[in-house]
Design a protein around this ligand. Structure first.
Ligand code: P1T
Length: 389
């Protein structure tokens, strides 16, 4: 279990991003946390060690990352995982056969696949509901509900869930509220402050920000949950390697510089698309036309770098996807480089067709992860890709 240094709490977000959780390395004073490439630690004598025994349990590079992200999320304990899905899988081990989960109907396709195609075999039951309306969450709660899982904004439909209202419902139900904060990042949204029990990330995305590793993270303020998570992490073993932790930690140092630029570029792309293709077809929480713009302004401090566009048909989607040059056609998001994708066949390929229809995820939807390139070049790229439509 990695607990934060209390002295790191006082600083501003940018200072925390750069320094929180890290101390100069004692041997040479290296400013960067070393990559502790080791599987085990020599013990001084039987029963005497420096607090480290075996690297599945603890690694100093990993601990520096865990403390750093925990502070950024306003939490007291952080846990790093080998992937975002590994983090999700471990969180679900808080539950046991017979327990029920209320989950947003639109979550990352891999989250849905894990819940629907793997964990149901272990006796967990799920209600996938439209969590934009808190009443639907309440209505889905049963006496067996032990967890409410929300992702906000959602991947890829950019729908929001009221975190505070969800926390209240979870508290009354005696259930845990878990919030996947991958799309917003802690720079724009802090679910723990709004009442979530656990906040989860794919660190592969904005936290790392450079598309050079896969990782996950869970942060909590609750000592009881932290203790159990440490046990589950060590027992399940989905731990990240130290090099990946180093890369994620290097990424978080510029989170406060990257996020405003991602958001600025996304807003400019959204406005251009709204003008060129129609406001009602562009889904970005920062646009006044987004049905939940007011909630976005209330629970987020910015609108992020992700947006989706309804192209009306797969042929139109393909027209744009095949022509983009600065935006690369690829899964993933949150890196400095702009990416574009077709959620129905890529990130959400494992979601059954009828579910996609029910939630409004069409074959015509494209998703943009706006990077931090020059905005003129992103707009020019869109402009040339839309020729002929
Ligand atoms: O890929 P991994 O680090 O295991 O994280 C899974 C995950 C969890 N939550 C959200 C909101 C995500 O977007 C993801 C991964 N998403 C993609 C790979 C994608 O392109 O949408």
């Amino acid at each position: 279990m990695t607990k934060v240094f209390d002295s790191d709490r006082a600083a501003g977000f940018g200072t925390q991003a750069i320094h929180a959780g890290q101390r100069p390395e004692p041997l040479a004073g290296a400013i960067m946390t070393p990559v502790y490439m080791t599987s085990t630690y020599v013990q001084d004598a039987l029963g005497e060690n420096k607090g480290y025994e075996y690297a599945r349990g603890k690694n100093p590079t990993r601990e520096a990352l865990e403390r750093n992200v925990a502070i950024l999320e306003g939490g007291s304990h952080g846990f790093a995982f080998a992937s975002g899905v590994g983090a999700t899988d471990t969180i679900m081990k808080f539950l046991k056969s017979g327990d029920h989960v209320v989950c947003g109907e639109n979550v990352y396709g891999g989250t849905f696949r894990l819940f629907d195609r793997v964990l149901t075999s272990f006796g967990l039951t799920f209600s996938f509901v439209d969590t934009r309306d808190p009443q639907r969450i309440s209505d889905a709660v049963t006496s067996a509900t032990r967890m409410i899982w929300i992702e906000t904004p959602t991947n890829p439909l950019m729908r929001l869930t009221d975190i505070k209202a969800s926390a209240e419902i979870a508290r009354k139900a005696g259930a845990l509220l878990v919030c996947d904060n991958t799309f917003a990042s802690p720079f724009f949204q802090r679910p723990l402050a709004l009442g979530a029990d656990l906040v989860m990330h794919s660190t592969t995305k904005y936290l790392n920000g450079h598309s050079d590793m896969i990782g996950g993270m869970v942060v909590t303020n609750r000592d009881d949950l932290a203790e159990r998570l440490q046990f589950l992490l060590n027992s399940g073993g989905a731990v990240p390697g130290p090099m990946d932790c180093f890369l994620a930690l290097r990424g978080t140092k510029t989170l406060h510089l990257r996020m405003p630029r991602h958001a600025e570029n996304a807003m400019a792309c959204a406005r251009w698309l709204a003008k060129r293709w129609g406001e009602e077809r562009v889904i970005y929480p920062g646009l006044e036309s987004h049905p939940q713009h007011a909630l976005a302004k209330c629970q987020m401090s910015g609108f992020g770098g992700m947006l989706s566009v309804e192209m009306g048909s797969k042929a139109n989607a393909k027209h744009v996807l095949d022509r983009m040059k600065v935006f690369s056609l690829a899964e993933s998001l949150g890196g400095v480089e702009s990416l574009i994708s077709h959620p129905a066949s890529m990130t959400h390929g494992s979601v059954p067709a009828e579910r996609k229809v029910a939630m409004g995820l069409t074959d015509g939807l494209i998703r943009l992860s706006c990077g931090v390139e020059d905005i003129e070049d992103l707009i020019a790229d869109l402009d040339q890709a839309f020729i002929g439509l």
